[in-house]
Design a protein around this ligand. Structure first.
Ligand code: FE2
Length: 198
């Protein structure tokens, strides 16, 4: 397995989650706005996208790249870290706006829509940079043995972030949310650990 294979798969799931978030936001002015769906999207963005996915990058991929000579202080890794932090601030804003909406504050809808739009744009640009620049560098720089070690570390991050078996549960929740939001079904069946047959 390459050092970025699991992360590449997660990018595809996060892209589907972002599209679901945007579809749910478009229904904010419905008679019965999908506040529970938005809460679920927020939970998955925090748990799956941030704690589990960004956690793997911050705790293992980026340090491994540092050992291989790529600075974490300047350059592409530093930019990725800043964008992870910016994303967390947008998620806090989405949470506050959702809380305001639930409390009956009408301005919450506009605030939520703006924060979700900023977050989706930030994350899509961020994923593009990783896919186009950082991950190809990682595949070039990291020796095969490091890639194998990373796979084990990634599994530990998933368990810490999402609980035992939580990765597969999070993907099942993500699929259900995407379907409920009117998005495409998962492209292929997955194994019990959330992996797809190759
Ligand atoms: Fe990423």
């Amino acid at each position: 397995m390459s050092p970025t294979e699991r992360l590449d798969q997660e990018h595809a799931h996060i892209q589907r989650l972002l599209a679901a978030l945007e579809r749910l936001v478009r229904r904010l002015h419905d008679e019965d706005p999908p506040l529970d769906g938005l809460e679920e999207a927020l939970g998955l963005l925090r748990g799956f996208a941030d704690a589990a996915h960004h956690g793997k990058e911050e705790r293992h991929l980026f340090p491994a790249l540092g050992v291989a000579g790529l600075s974490n202080e300047v350059g592409p890794v530093a930019v990725m870290l800043l964008e992870h932090d910016a994303g967390r601030r947008e998620l806090d804003d989405i949470a506050e706006a959702l809380g305001a909406l639930r409390a009956g504050v009408p301005e919450g809808a506009g605030r939520l829509a703006r924060a979700a739009s900023r977050y989706a744009a930030l994350m899509r640009d961020h994923i593009d940079k990783e896919d186009q620049v950082l991950f190809p560098m990682a595949r070039e720089l990291l020796p095969r043995g490091v890639a194998a070690a990373l796979a084990g570390e990634y599994a530990r991050v998933d368990e810490e972030a999402l609980g035992p078996g939580g990765y597969a549960r999070a993907l099942a929740r993500l699929d259900a949310l995407v379907a409920a939001a009117g998005g495409p079904a998962a492209p292929r069946a997955r194994g019990p650990d959330g992996s797809r047959p190759s």
